[in-house]
Design a protein around this ligand. Sequence first.
Ligand code: ZN
Ligand code: ZN
Length: 168
Amino acid sequence: MRKDWDTYFMDIAYMASTRSQCIRRHVGAVLVQGKKLLGTAYNGAPMGVPDCYEAGCMLVEELELKVTDGKEEMVRKERCIRTIHAEQNLLLFTDRIDREGSTVYVTDQPCWTCANMLANSGVKEIVYHRSYPKDSAKVYELMAARGIGFRRLEAYDPPAETVMEVTN
Ligand SMILES: [Zn+2]
Ligand SMILES: [Zn+2]
């Protein structure tokens, strides 16, 4: 069966994520204009400096709101800040003119910082697969305010060989 465009581009985003050198999270993102692929990116340390496999993740502790069965609870979570996020790398490696009116496919729901940058980047639609509940509510609000399409591919299965075991 022929793949639809959403599946096609999300598969490519997952393929890009396999280049990630962060032990904890592998994220890929692609820029699409019309049906044309204009850029691919993944999360990683800046060029020429040690990545997470070489130097270990650079962890910070954060408090995160967790909701289980309607009950809210603050939990301590570790996050790696060594890498430039896939969405940020995508913006660094594409041109503004190519981004006007484009769509970004990203394996994971953007964090607040990435969403904030994407909201100002010319992109008109963002499609993601894995949820990131921490920033979800405020990111949806931001996208609505900016008139940027924001949707999750619910019934999507990434190619098995592109999904890596990560510790969380
Ligand atoms: Zn890391
Ligand atoms: Zn991010």
